[in-house]
Design a binder for this molecule. Structure first.
Ligand code: XMP
Ligand code: MG
Length: 185
């Protein structure tokens, strides 16, 4: 029940939209308390964060600024990992309180890169707000991870901003890949 097919894969429901909304509202309320009178700068990481960013910011009632960045990664010829590049990062973050908004923290490599880039401008503070967090997949610790919607198992997820081969970002709910049991020999 509630399965969806995207290309060659089958996904099953993990988090319904009303559950996401309730949690997002609570995070927004917490941010309103934590950042009262501080006018934070929210920086959403595209594409995955676009829906969460919009819904979260509707719950934020304090003065704030909003921007988006895009991070591309590619395999470097001499690097063992992927090299990343950030586009659209504002250059006026000095002394500001930054809240990076992500769809998911998986290995943490993307955020680690983004945080380092932002730190070069010597902001007053940097925190991360991620809708999802896969603790079992983390490769680098992210001490700035302050607000987490849901901790999930190390499974591939789609919907509500997250995609599989570019598809599924528009889904209201979040789905996880259905594991197919191999038939017994
Ligand atoms: P990490 O933390 O590994 O994550 O640097 C980088 C980006 O990869 C995407 N990501 C996912 N996208 N389902 C998706 O649709 C997933 O399960 C998933 N895990 C990671 C996401 O954009 C994240 O920001
Ligand atoms: Mg992302």
């Amino acid at each position: 029940m509630n399965n969806i097919e995207i290309e060659d894969r089958t996904f099953e429901i993990l988090l319904e939209n009303h559950t996401i909304s309730k949690r997002t509202r609570l995070i927004g309320i917490q941010i309103n308390v934590d950042y009262e009178k501080r006018c934070p700068v929210f920086i959403g990481v595209l594409n995955g964060s676009f829906l969460f960013m919009a819904d979260l910011l509707k719950e934020v009632e304090i003065p704030c600024e909003i921007g988006f960045i895009r991070v591309s990664s590619y395999e470097g010829a001499e690097s063992s990992g992927s090299i990343k590049e950030a586009f659209g990062l504002p250059d006026n973050l000095h002394n500001r309180d930054i809240i990076i908004v992500e769809d998911i923290v998986d290995s943490g490599l993307t955020l680690n890169y983004v945080i380092n880039e932002i730190q070069k401008q010597v902001p007053a503070s940097v925190k991360v707000c991620s809708l999802l967090f896969k603790p079992a997949a983390l490769k680098v610790p992210i001490k700035e991870l302050e607000y987490v919607g849901f901790e999930i198992a190390n499974e591939f997820v789609v919907g509500y901003g997250l995609d599989y081969v570019g598809l599924g970002r528009n889904l209201k709910d979040i789905y996880r890949e259905k594991t197919v049991l191999s038939p017994l020999p």
